[in-house]
Design a protein around this ligand. Structure first.
Ligand SMILES: Nc1ncnc2c1ncn2[C@@H]1O[C@H](COP(=O)(O)OP(=O)(O)OP(=O)(O)O)[C@@H](O)[C@H]1O
Length: 259
């Protein structure tokens, strides 16, 4: 019998203890996550990979408190998400989680700087002098200084994703979840965005969990985990894109074999 107390010595940013998630009931039930145990440590940049339907989005939604686990313990920034109601989970998420999406999800009517300040506004929190300095720094290092009054439609895809990254990093969240952040970008913008996420982990200790299908994107991460049929089938340190491609082929084979 497992215990769903947080047992880790160093405080992991996300911990799963025997987490399972099913959709539907009876013969229509689908097991999207199957007895997952994982700890994501502070400052780690983790790539979550696996074939289509393997459970990557479900993993991210459960870890971020956007969706409930069916069983098991989910801890976010030390808080037991599985015991919290929707309101408490929303508050915890606002304080601790940043998101970066494939489709950027910027507010079209707001300027760059207003989009970056949005998480503070949503939390009903006035930006302090120190927070403003951090935002100014992000705007500078993300190469957005000449664009702060522009609206998203006036920016390239790569620039829009840099705004989304600035918005995610601005409140210094415990973790940033990035869902296929380079899915809509060309090769050059992709490598810029990945390099920025890499630097955020290395230079600011930002914890990042990125869902991706792309072995090149995952080669920027410190850790590569692979899901197949809702199970965690591989968990490695830094790998080359070629090694990751091989790992995915093996995972697809394993999924086919168990189907
Ligand atoms: N809301 C839902 N209702 C029913 N089944 C769902 C739901 N969401 C996901 N699933 C199922 O759960 C499994 C895992 O889905 P999930 O979206 O997490 O996979 P994924 O690895 O993110 O896939 P992709 O790479 O295609 O985005 C799949 O079999 C999917 O059909």
């Amino acid at each position: 019998m497992f215990s769903i107390e947080s047992t880790s010595m160093s405080p992991a940013v996300v911990s799963f203890r025997q987490v399972s998630k099913s959709y539907g009931f009876g013969s229509a039930a689908v097991t999207a996550l199957d007895s997952i145990d994982i700890d994501v440590q502070q400052g780690e940049f983790t790539a979550i990979m696996g074939p289509s339907g393997s459970g990557k989005s479900t993993f991210m939604h459960v870890a971020a408190g956007l969706d409930d686990a069916t069983s098991g313990g989910v801890f976010l920034a030390g808080a037991p998400l599985h015991t919290l109601d929707d309101t408490a989970r929303t508050i915890l998420r606002r304080r601790n989680v940043g998101f970066v999406f494939q489709s950027f999800n910027l507010v079209p009517t707001l300027s760059v700087v207003e989009n970056i300040a949005l998480p503070f506004q949503l939390a009903g929190h006035s930006i302090t002098v120190e927070e403003q300095r951090w935002i100014d720094h992000l705007v500078h290092v993300l190469g957005l200084a000449a664009r702060i009054t522009h609206r998203p439609a006036e920016l390239s895809g790569g620039q829009q994703q840099r705004v989304a990254i600035a918005r995610a990093l601005a409140p210094r969240p415990a973790i940033v979840f990035a869902d296929e952040p380079t899915g809509n970008l060309d090769t050059r913008s992709s490598s810029e965005v990945l390099q920025l996420m890499r630097s955020a982990a290395t230079e600011y200790g930002q914890t990042i969990a990125m869902v991706s299908h792309d072995p090149i994107a995952a080669s920027y991460a410190d850790r590569v985990v692979v899901l197949a049929d809702g199970r965690l089938v591989a968990d490695h340190g830094r790998l080359t894109a070629q090694q990751i491609s091989q790992l995915l082929l093996t995972a697809e084979g394993a999924e086919g074999a168990s189907a």
